[in-house]
Every structure is written in C-alpha cells, then in structure tokens.
Design a protein around this ligand. Structure first.
Ligand SMILES: Cc1cc2nc3c(=O)[nH]c(=O)nc-3n(C[C@H](O)[C@H](O)[C@H](O)COP(=O)(O)O)c2cc1C
Length: 180
C-alpha cells in the first residue's frame, strides 16, 4: 500500500565510491526542485560537490561520527536564507521547503538504485568558506549520495547500526483523531 521507494529508503552508511552518472544526478536535482514550498518561495539551493579535491577539503568539516560518508562520491549542501521562505505564523518555513526538497531527492535516489543520507554533523562555517556560500544563507543539511557498498567496510559498531531494522513510533502514539 505504501510507495516502494518510501519503504526502501534508509540512511545507510556503507557507501561505495562508484561514481554517479550526470543523468542520475540531474534527475535527483530535478526531483528536488519539484517539491512544494510555502508560497512557492522555493527557498532551497543545492551546492553539489563531486570534484575529488573539493570533496577532500569538505571531508575535513565532517564530525567524527560522519566519517563513514567520505566514501560517497557526491555531497550536496542544501542552503537557504533564513528569510527565504514565507513569513506565515512567524515559523521558519525555509527549513520545511528544504525538508520537502530533500525528501524528493532521497526518494529519487532510491528510485535510481542509489542511497542518500541526510546529515547535520559538520562545521557550517568551514563548508561555507570552502564553497563561497554567502553569509546570509544557512546550510540546513548535507546529503551524501552514492551506490550502496559492502557493510564490511564499516567498523563493528556501524555494521550493527547498518543491519538494525528501521524503527518508527506507532501511529497510535502520534495520530490524534478529531481531537488531541
Ligand atoms: C536533519 C537530519 C539530520 C541528520 N543528521 C545525521 C547525521 O549527522 N549523521 C547520521 O549518521 N545520520 C543523520 N541523520 C539520519 C537519521 O539518523 C535517520 O534519518 C534516522 O535515524 C532514521 O533512519 P532512516 O533514515 O534509516 O529511516 C539525519 C537525518 C536528518 C533528517
């Protein structure tokens, strides 16, 4: 009953360094830009890193816990202006625009037989300086994309995480019918 890509998507850590074709990368970016956004503001920007020298420098900005992602051949920084979304309800809707675009990105990657992993563990100032992202933009997330590699490339702790089933709260905990 649920879309296959939604159920197959997971934030895996064992990336192969096999390159991704231009066609695949373009379709992933296309899928991202067709996401809905508040007032159609489309607050998202995608800074795609795949030059090996640039990637090597960007890897220095990753937290230790995200070192696994260095194998991925593509790193997409998703940046938006804090006032780039719509101003309704005094809520930071730019993050919602980005979130929706990123989910499209992840599902399209799964559709193509690839794996995408969104992250928050990196140094924003370092990545901004490296890529020249203007001061008024924030990096909301960094998505690693690549083919799935062999879990044996990960240390024991990460292999355990890699093989663990995905978990979610039960609907009964989060759905409120007609009233809270
Ligand atoms: C905004 C955001 C930030 C995340 N940051 C990290 C991260 O820094 N490192 C990491 O390994 N996973 C990160 N994740 C992945 C989550 O841990 C993962 O989505 C969650 O555990 C659910 O697992 P699943 O995506 O495999 O279903 C992040 C996910 C999101 C949406």
């Amino acid at each position: 009953m649920i879309l296959e890509e939604i159920m197959k998507r997971r934030s895996g850590r064992a990336f192969s360094d096999k390159p991704i074709s231009d066609e695949m990368l373009n379709s992933i970016l296309e899928a991202s830009r067709w996401a809905p956004s508040c007032g159609n503001t489309q607050a998202w920007n995608f800074i795609v890193l795949r030059d090996p020298d640039v990637l090597a420098q960007a890897h220095e900005a990753l937290s230790m816990g995200n070192a696994y992602a260095k194998a991925a051949p593509v790193m997409i920084l998703v940046a938006a202006k804090e006032d780039g979304g719509c101003p309704a309800h005094n809520l930071p809707y730019f993050t919602m625009d980005v979130g929706l675009a990123v989910e499209n990105m992840l599902l399209q990657a799964v559709h193509l037989g690839l794996m995408g992993h969104p992250t928050a563990g990196w140094n924003e100032d370092q990545l901004k300086e490296l890529t020249g992202i203007p001061d008024e933009y924030r990096i909301v997330t960094v998505v690693f994309i690549g083919y799935e590699g062999a879990p044996a490339m990960l240390d024991e702790r990460l292999q355990e995480k890699e093989n663990a089933p995905r978990k979610r709260k039960e609907l009964s905990e989060i759905v409120h019918w007609n009233a809270w």
